[in-house]
Write a protein that binds this ligand. Structure first.
Ligand SMILES: NC(=O)c1ccc[n+]([C@@H]2O[C@H](COP(=O)([O-])OP(=O)(O)OC[C@H]3O[C@@H](n4cnc5c(N)ncnc54)[C@H](OP(=O)(O)O)[C@@H]3O)[C@@H](O)[C@H]2O)c1
Length: 333
């Protein structure tokens, strides 16, 4: 089968479409004929070695984290799926890749594809949906009437997280550039700051939660818009000691991550706010719940561009420019 494989870290010419053996499902896995794979910024960072201390790959490794397709084979212990089922999943951090004609998926990472979505739409959501859910619902415990700041509202995370926050009954503030103001408003954003014209911390006030989606000083600046008792959940770092402990890292890494996050944790504490770093984890049961929201039309996928499989590398390069409005998807079939 064909797969987008990286052979060595840090070498762009070592990423390419290659013939590889079709994977065989273990007893708890399903084999999926991939129809579409959604891209995420992490897929562009992994081959550069940016996640080498955190994610382990056996090289050569197949890239890609999100997929939608048809089950063609099930392992002996699989009970929730059968051949012919249309499914979607995030397999991020599970050591296998989605940018391939076939992919193995642990049963507990998969969910049935919402019937109202096609494969491209379904492949676009798993990682951004699970990240938004784990950050806003489970970590920040967002309540109706609370205010949440979701910067970069036009990105993959932003377009999903704004809609989820609105579904949870929250008020949403966001940032975007001039061309995307209408898009984020159409998703439900209440306060929209055009970051080309205004600094968000000069306008927004009394927020209960912040989702950290933009690198640089945005998280520190967001301290100024928070109420006492508020929550910052960062997706872009700095990683904290709790994250290193959950990953089972050694004491040196726990110390190092503690050091990296000390400044923001102290800054947050001065505002009586809490800071934590979130690293998404695959979860088929949550994805099934999210699938119901998608099927009911409460949340809609936002897709910027679809590339054919033969241009998977170009799709990654396009995403890497950082200007996507919603999601970038690679279509296999
Ligand atoms: N920790 C985790 O588990 C986890 C999970 C998923 C994602 N992430 C991280 O979360 C970040 C966002 O992911 P994503 O999928 O949303 O990325 P993305 O889709 O590539 O983001 C692109 C969007 O960001 C906007 N943008 C860029 N700079 C901005 C700025 N300074 N202010 C406001 N908007 C800006 C762009 O809009 P304009 O063109 O209008 O600027 C564009 O629409 C990435 O760093 C990703 O790695 C982490």
């Amino acid at each position: 089968m064909r797969a987008l494989v990286f052979k060595r870290y840090g070498k762009p010419d070592q990423v390419g479409l290659t013939e590889t053996p079709r994977p065989t499902p273990k007893p708890n896995e399903i084999l999926v004929e991939v129809h579409a794979a959604g891209l995420n910024p992490v897929d562009t960072m992994i081959p550069k070695g940016a996640f080498k201390p955190i994610l382990r790959f056996q090289l050569p490794a197949t890239l890609g984290s999100d997929l939608a397709g048809i089950v063609v084979e099930v392992g002996s212990r699989v009970t929730r799926f059968k051949p012919g089922d249309a499914v979607f999943a995030s397999i991020f951090d599970l050591g296998t890749g989605a940018l391939a004609e076939f992919a193995v998926v642990p049963e507990d990472a998969a969910a049935l594809k919402p019937p109202n979505l096609d494969f491209v739409q379904a492949a676009s959501v798993p990682m951004v949906a699970l990240t938004s859910w784990q950050a806003l619902k489970e970590r920040a415990r967002l309540q109706p009437g609370q205010k949440v700041f979701i910067p970069a509202g036009s990105g993959g995370i932003g377009t999903f997280a704004i809609q989820l926050a609105k579904y949870l009954g929250a008020k949403v503030g966001t940032t975007t550039s001039t061309a995307n103001v209408e898009l984020v408003r159409s998703l439900g954003a209440d306060e929209v700051i055009d970051y080309k014209k205004q600094q968000f911390e000069e306008v927004l006030r009394d927020y209960d939660a912040v989702l950290g989606t933009v690198r640089g000083d945005a998280i520190e600046r967001s301290l100024r818009i928070l109420k006492p008792g508020s929550t910052i959940v960062s997706l872009v770092g700095p990683p904290d000691a709790a994250f290193a402990r959950t990953r089972g890292m050694n004491v040196l890494m726990v110390f190092l991550f503690g050091l990296l996050s000390r400044k923001i944790i102290r800054g947050a504490a001065r505002r009586r706010a809490s800071y934590s770093f979130l690293f998404v984890h695959p979860d088929g049961r949550r994805l099934a719940e999210i699938g119901e929201l998608l099927n009911a039309g409460r949340i809609r996928p936002v897709i910027d561009k679809v590339f054919p499989f033969g241009q998977a590398k170009e799709a990654l390069a396009y995403l890497e420019q950082g200007r996507a409005k919603g999601k970038v998807v690679v279509q296999m079939r």
